[in-house]
Design a binder for this molecule. Structure first.
Ligand code: PLP
Length: 361
């Protein structure tokens, strides 16, 4: 039988990670972030696992992502915080999705759609989608004047530049809350920290921590592993060997012959490539695990294929290749793949595309 090609998500790991992190940030609650298709793990399945683990809130970037969760029957609170200029929030209102709004215009649109509650997104230093400090007076006055839409929450997002920078953003958020209070608005929930600060800067935990990456068992820190944080990577990427070919020394492999065999060897070909979200730059820089042994990926990653040099090992069509998974089991970590192309684990998992099969165990 052929091995599975695609992403396998360990539901128990997601549930265990949720429990670990919920306990760590308590008494703050958790907004489980499932944007970007649940960081490549599959948003619906990830959301179901987190809800089963006790999540009362899910977080996504936009209303479309939130609607996809609703269509799958997920009925907990969903917060969506990044909106197109013409987003009218009508769908959000009808599906009970809570918009986090960044401007007077978005606030007015949400109120016009009769959304019962919004969160305000305030920029305290990331310079992304929140209202910047000079815009706060107008936004807060507009929020105070709304007859039917209440400000349930206030959020900001950290730049993770340093502990001092995080605390400066935390202080800016306090200034915002004082200014809001002067307008008679005291939000029920304030949230600032994501994975990194939730773990490393407890002062920033506030009422809710919006946690993404760590819930999937991955570390947001370059110098601390998942295991050191008590987390289990939930994703394993596997592929079935499509075929093997025996080639002589000096044989050019894949487009452009960026690799030539040093001696007679066997090449195993798998059906994953950049169309599935695997960076072309992985070629000649990463290794995979087959039957518990490591072998290098050689030559350029193609649109739908990668080559593995398995030497003289007994590898046959249908055998399982593990690209990455939980390194505690001896397979490569996603961090090894990320480091190979100079990026972070976030990017490698989030780029895994919709063409890739996904299953939950
Ligand atoms: C606004 C916001 N909150 C929370 C998160 C979750 O971040 P992390 O995956 O680092 O926990 C993100 C992700 O980028 C985000 O954009």
């Amino acid at each position: 039988m052929s091995a599975f090609t695609g992403v396998t998500v360990d539901r128990e790991a997601l549930i265990a990670n949720y429990a670990t992190l919920a306990e760590r940030v308590a008494p703050a609650g958790v907004i489980a972030v499932v944007k970007a298709d649940g960081y490549g793990h599959g948003a619906v399945e990830a959301a179901r696992a987190f809800v089963d683990a006790g999540a009362e809130w899910l977080g996504v970037a936009d209303v479309d992502e939130a609607l996809a969760l609703r269509r799958a029957g997920i009925d907990v609170r969903i917060l969506a915080w990044l909106h197109a200029p013409d987003e009218d929030f009508v769908r959000a209102a009808s599906e009970g999705i809570t918009p986090a709004v960044s401007s007077v215009e978005q606030l007015a649109a949400a109120a016009g759609a009769e959304v019962p509650a919004v969160h305000l997104v305030l920029d305290t230093g990331l310079s992304r989608n929140g209202a910047v400090e000079s815009e706060w007076p107008e936004l807060f006055a507009a929020a105070a004047a709304l007859p039917r839409t209440r400000v349930e929450g206030v959020m900001s997002h950290l730049a993770n530049a340093s502990r001092e920078d995080d605390l400066a953003q935390d202080a800016a958020l306090d200034r915002a809350l004082s200014a809001l209070a002067a307008h008679g608005i005291v939000p029920e929930v304030v949230h600032l920290a994501a994975s990194a600060a939730s773990i490393a800067v407890p002062e920033t935990r506030r009422d809710l921590a919006r946690i993404g990456l760590s819930l999937y068992g991955l570390s947001p820190f370059a110098d601390r592993t998942s295991a050191e944080l008590g987390l289990r990577p939930a994703m394993t990427v596997t592929a079935s060997v499509l075929r093997t070919i025996r080639v002589p020394a000096g044989h050019g492999v894949s487009y452009g012959y960026t690799h030539r065999t040093e001696r007679e060897t066997t090449l195993a070909i798998i059906g994953l490539g950049y169309a599935d979200g695997f960076d072309r730059g992985f070629g000649n820089r990463v290794s995979v695990s087959i039957g518990g042994r490591r072998f290098p990926v050689v030559g350029r990653v193609a649109m739908n294929a990668m080559h593995i040099d398995v030497g003289d090992a007994e590898v046959a069509a249908g055998d399982e290749v593990v690209l990455w998974g939980d390194p505690a089991t001896g397979v490569p970590s996603v961090e090894e793949w990320a480091a190979a192309i100079g990026t972070i684990n976030y990017e490698v998992v989030a780029r895994l595309g919709p063409l890739l099969a996904r299953r939950t165990t």
